[in-house]
Structure formats: structure tokens, C-alpha cells
Design a protein around this ligand. Structure first.
Ligand code: GRF
Length: 221
């Protein structure tokens, strides 16, 4: 399946995807291009070093014109014929016209256990709220903010000594595990939807995993 990846920042989740592909774990994913809405995003350099087309469509050129920015992104991506778009730290909410351009949809990673803590600055909100369990969610994208059907979640404990930085570092590790796994499931056609519930076929759980759920570090039985 032809895949494009959209990023706004450093690109650690992009690296996790490309590393998994290099290890042969994503045999059905063909990463064609990486696009950023931010000039100088680290993700662009990561793509270039791997020989993947790296494109910038700066959001700053489209002030107040979200639809125009989305059209420009679709035009820039058109030559790559992508069937799936993957958002790896892409900080924009997307409209229906954009979402419908990808036959297999758009997938996002969010650093919280949705539907709790959608949006930005989740680690500060989680530590301030006092939650004991945090994590990350891979989900299909709809027109809302982090509100589409969930594909996979990974959970981590929140320690009493955690500030936002400690928590975000722990969550990022689980992001780097569940994101390639979920993208692999989607590209191999193993994810279907029943309403907004995703169904996963042909899955063999690893340590700490129960279906599309990962607890990290693994809980002892
Ligand atoms: C990650 O925390 C991801 O969950 C969120 O944006 C961040 C991107 O980080 N959507 P990176 O650019 O992948 O390192």
C-alpha cells in the first residue's frame, strides 16, 4: 500500500515507522513521501537521509486559509498516488475533502489514552489532573480533534514523581511500539470497522498485549 507521512516536528515516530520497515516488519507499507507544514522540521531531514521525497507546504503561506492549505498539500502529494496518509506529529485538524482523498483513510498517533486528553499539552494536563495511567492511541482520523475510531492503545503508569517531561518520555516509548504495529495492521488490510469499533484479524499477542492493547512495561501475570 502506498503511504505518505505528514509531520510537523522532530519526527521520532517517523523514524520508528521507517526503522520497522527496514527490519522487514511492514512488508505491505510503501513509504512514498514525507510532507511537513513547517519549514526545517526534523522529519524532513530524516526522510531525505532515507531517500524518501521530503516536501514542505508551509502553513505560514496560508494564513487563515485552512482549505487552501489542504488543497496545496493534496496537490503536492498527488504524484505519489498514496492510498493511506499517516500523521506522525502533524499538528493540524483536517477537513472532509482531505480525508476522502485517501482510499484507506488517514491514521494518527496521539500521546494520550483517548477519549481522555485530546488536543495539545496532554502531559501537563495529565500530571496536573493526577491520572495514574497514561499512554498513547493510534486512531483513524475524522474531522474532529483526536476523535476518530481507535485502532490500538498502549498504556504506561504515571509515577508520583513524574512531571510532564518524564511522562512524555515514557509515553513516547510506547508510541514507538504501537505506531508501527498499527500502521502494519492497516497496510496489510487486517483492520476493519464495525461502527466506530475497529476489529483486528490475524493477531498474535506479544508480552503484555491483549489484542490491540499494549501495557508497557509488561504486567506480570
Ligand atoms: C508525538 O507525541 C505524537 O503522539 C504527537 O506529536 C508528537 C510527535 O513527535 N501527535 P515526533 O515528531 O514523532 O517525535
Amino acid at each position: 500500500m502506498k503511504v505518505v507521512v505528514l509531520c510537523s516536528g522532530r519526527g521520532s515516530n517517523l523514524s520508528a515507522l521507517l526503522d520497522a520497515e527496514s527490519r522487514g516488519e511492514l512488508p505491505d507499507a510503501d513509504f512514498r513521501a514525507v510532507l511537513s507544514d513547517q519549514e526545517g522540521a526534523g522529519a524532513l531531514e530524516i526522510a531525505s537521509k532515507r531517500g524518501i521525497a521530503a516536501i514542505t507546504v508551509p502553513v505560514s503561506d496560508f494564513f487563515g486559509d485552512r482549505a487552501g492549505h489542504e488543497r496545496a498539500i493534496l496537490e503536492a502529494l498527488a504524484p505519489f498516488g498514496a492510498e493511506l496518509a499517516v500523521l506522525a506529529g502533524f499538528q493540524r485538524v483536517l477537513g472532509r475533502g482531505f480525508l476522502d482523498a485517501f482510499p484507506h483513510g488517514v491514521v494518527n498517533i496521539h500521546p494520550a489514552l483517548l477519549p481522555s486528553f485530546p488536543g495539545h499539552m496532554v502531559w501537563s494536563k495529565e500530571t496536573a489532573y493526577g491520572v495514574k495511567l497514561a499512554g498513547a492511541t493510534v486512531h483513524f482520523v475524522d474531522e474532529g480533534v483526536d476523535s476518530g475510531p481507535i485502532i490500538c492503545q498502549g498504556a504506561v503508569p504515571v509515577l508520583e514523581t513524574d512531571g510532564p517531561d518524564e511522562l512524555s518520555a515514557r509515553i513516547l516509548k510506547v508510541e514507538h511500539r504501537i505506531f508501527p504495529a498499527a500502521v502494519g495492521w492497516v497496510t496489510s488490510g487486517r483492520v476493519s470497522l464495525s461502527g466506530r469499533t475497529s476489529l483486528l484479524s490475524g493477531f498474535s499477542p506479544g508480552p503484555g498485549e491483549v489484542g490491540a492493547c499494549l501495557v508497557w512495561p509488561p504486567l506480570d501475570a
